[in-house]
Design a protein around this ligand. Structure first.
Ligand SMILES: Cc1ncc(COP(=O)(O)O)c(C=O)c1O
Length: 394
């Protein structure tokens, strides 16, 4: 169980806003803010390199915390500035050739798709989109039928940016594992929201971000790469963190996942990310998930009562994100009216979700996303504000 009073007391932001943009960036707990500010302060006092050396145990701990969070070993973790670059560092390391097939799904994230397309255009590999099943999640049986020897990678978004869907990652992992095809899991929206274990899922690579459901600092992310795969993947960029310059002019790429990192890094953020993961682990991600699901289903049920509201999330399992439109009121206007009452939601546009919104004719929708620290009173405030927004058309 989550002690709501305690987690809200830990979250200064709840005094200022009803924050339903956790899928964008959560309100961090003060422990995270204190850790980041404390490190920056120390850099100012004694110097950046000196602060990093003094607090090495803190930023090194971040690898242990992330490994524990996803069920990995610390040498399988790289800390990278965001989930996109983490995903890229692994994806661009695959040596695709003409005729190779890469499978993805309708939940694919815009930046991932753009990278897939760039590589497909350069190499002659083909991207194929696995259909959804009737519930709206990836069709696992169709995926199984599509696998053959030419499939070199399956890219799956666990929880998309644009909806509450939770894709059946473990069912996909069973198929990719049996076929010996690497599974690249984008866990950007799921990490911190729901329990994750790379072995239970059977994914080989996983990317995540700090600022969303982990409640860490912006500008932080991470990558997990399964031990056996690390040395097979030559990062697209190498520097003196990733490799050692040898006297004969050659270089040696390091053997752990830090080969995907780069030398200069945001130490304060790295320390803060570790504190955020510790906070999530102490609370229990299982507990967070229980409360998130309860809050999100309540929000869905109450919005469903409003005749002008159309709820858009599809899937057998739904999580924190609740997307909707309000008849005759552009999503931008809904967001603007809520913001004027200090209620944060965000917008999702087709450009972020072409494979999902395109076929459904969706252009722009309101994305609200709960976290465990949201209160029932805040849900009331949001629902009430949506009711008022639809009756007071501009
Ligand atoms: C599903 C998904 N993947 C990847 C990303 C990119 O994460 P980052 O902004 O940390 O690079 C996002 C961000 O919204 C996302 O929702």
């Amino acid at each position: 169980m989550i002690d709501l009073a305690r987690v809200r007391a830990d979250t200064p932001g709840v005094e200022h806003v009803a924050h339903f943009n956790n899928a964008g960036s959560s309100l961090p707990p003060r422990q995270v803010v204190d850790a980041v500010v404390g490190h920056l302060q120390r850099e100012a006092e004694i110097g950046g390199y000196e602060a990093a050396a003094e607090r090495k145990h803190q930023w090194e701990h971040t690898y242990d915390a992330l490994a524990q969070l996803v069920g990995a070993q610390r040498d399988e973790i790289a800390v990278i500035e965001n989930a996109t670059r983490a995903w890229d560092m692994a994806f661009y390391a695959f040596p695709f050739r003409s005729g190779d097939r890469i499978l993805t799904g309708h939940a694919e994230y815009a930046s991932n798709w753009i990278a897939l397309k760039q590589v497909a255009d350069r190499t002659g590999a083909r991207i194929e989109v696995v259909p959804d099943d009737d519930s709206g999640q990836i069709d696992v049986a169709a995926l199984e039928r599509m696998i053959d020897d030419r499939v070199k990678l399956v890219s799956l978004v666990h929880v998309p940016t644009q909806s509450g869907l939770v894709n059946p990652a473990a069912a996909v992992g069973r198929i990719t594992r049996a076929a010996g095809v690497p599974l690249l899991l984008d866990a950007c929206q799921s990490v911190g929201q729901l329990p994750l274990d790379v072995d239970e899922i059977g994914c080989d690579i996983l990317s995540g971000t700090g600022r969303k459901f982990l409640r860490g600092p912006r500008g932080t992310g991470f990558l997990y790469v399964r031990r056996e795969l690390i040395e097979q993947l030559e990062p697209p960029f190498l520097d003196m963190r990733a490799a050692d310059w040898q006297p004969d002019g050659s270089y040696r790429i390091r053997g752990d996942a830090r080969r995907f990192e780069n030398w200069e890094t945001y130490y304060a953020g790295k320390v803060g990310l570790g504190v955020a993961v510790d906070y999530a682990l102490a609370l229990g991600v299982e507990n967070a998930w229980g409360r998130i699901q309860a809050l999100a289903s309540r929000l869905r049920a109450e919005l469903a009562e409003i005749p002008e509201v159309t709820l858009l999330d599809r899937g057998a399992v739904l999580g924190a994100t609740v997307t909707f439109t309000v008849a005759d009121l552009p999503a931008l206007e809904v967001q603007r009216r809520l913001a004027s009452e200090h209620i944060n939601v965000s917008l999702m546009e087709a450009a972020s979700a072409q494979l999902d919104f395109g076929p459904r004719g969706l252009d722009q929708v309101v994305r609200s996303s709960v976290h465990y620290y949201n209160s029932d009173a805040e849900i009331d405030v949001l629902v009430d504000a949506v009711k008022r927004a639809r009756t007071s058309r501009a």
